[in-house]
Design a protein around this ligand. Structure first.
Ligand SMILES: *[C@@H]1O[C@H](CO)[C@@H](O)[C@H](O)[C@H]1NC(C)=O
Ligand SMILES: *[C@@H]1O[C@H](CO)[C@@H](O)[C@H](O)[C@H]1NC(C)=O
Length: 228
């Protein structure tokens, strides 16, 4: 009886897998772990990174602390990202960060080119969202989040997080990549080095040239490149 039930469950799972047309991927390491270390004679390189000798790996290689400590949000955007540095997460395809927000603070529209993100609110009230690509008509998906709420951001889409409460806000963001990458839209477009021709940006974003030049100073204040 038990065997038949197991067979039935297995069959249902197989059918479910076979009938949904999804493409999935996940990192598939060829070893238990590859703790990032300094090169020594007993280690090996995996995917271009040096793995500490497995015999010398300790619990501390998989450990970090400090995410209880608030970041300094005294900056233009009123936010601070504190990514955790854990040698043992090398090649495992995950990472995590604490993000602090002052009242009114935000992480502006940005893209993680290499990872989806899952965000957990610890404190405060946030407005978060992402926009689908042209394939799905640039649809905005957004939500007001409170402590204990979780929101998911698909890989490669423009997303934002903003503190809309009266207090500081704290969230934990986890991503499905060791190195998710960050493309802040404003920085990439108006703060590139060297800059994109302001005439091109003015036409692209329906702005006058002086506004483009002003945005250049906002997104790349150290700029010493003169564009006429
Ligand atoms: C926070 O950052 C600001 C600007 O960089 C700096 O002036 C201030 O001293 C910092 N505050 C703390 C507590 O580190
Ligand atoms: C996007 O818009 C097109 C044209 O109006 C429509 O046919 C399609 O169903 C929409 N797709 C989504 C995901 O909203």
């Amino acid at each position: 009886m038990k065997g038949r039930l197991q067979f039935l469950v297995a069959k249902i799972i197989l059918l479910a897998l076979a009938s949904s047309f999804v493409s999935c991927y996940d990192p598939s390491p060829l070893q238990d772990y590859c703790v990032a270390g300094v090169q020594d004679i007993n280690g090996v390189f995996v995917n271009g990174r040096f793995c500490k000798d497995p015999k010398l790996v300790t619990s501390n290689d998989f450990f970090a602390s400090g995410l209880n400590i608030p970041g300094n949000t005294s900056n233009r955007l009123g936010s601070f990202i504190n990514p955790v540095d854990i040698p043992g997460l090398n090649t495992l395809g995950v990472s995590i960060a604490r993000i602090d927000f002052a009242p009114g603070g935000q992480i502006p529209p940005h893209i993680h080119p290499r990872a989806s993100e899952i965000l957990l609110v610890i404190k405060g009230k946030l407005s978060v969202g992402f926009v689908s690509s042209n394939d799905y008509n640039y649809t905005l998906f957004s939500k007001i989040l409170y402590p204990g709420d979780v929101f998911v951001f698909p890989i490669g889409l423009v997303q934002f997080h903003a503190n809309v409460g009266k207090t500081n806000a704290v969230v934990i963001g986890a991503v499905g990549s060791q190195n998710p990458g960050l493309i802040a839209v404003g920085d990439a477009v108006f703060g590139s080095n060297p800059s994109i021709d302001p005439k091109i940006l003015a036409k692209a974003f329906a702005l006058d040239i002086n506004t483009v030049k002003y945005l250049r100073t906002v997104f790349f204040p150290e700029d010493d490149i003169v564009n006429e």
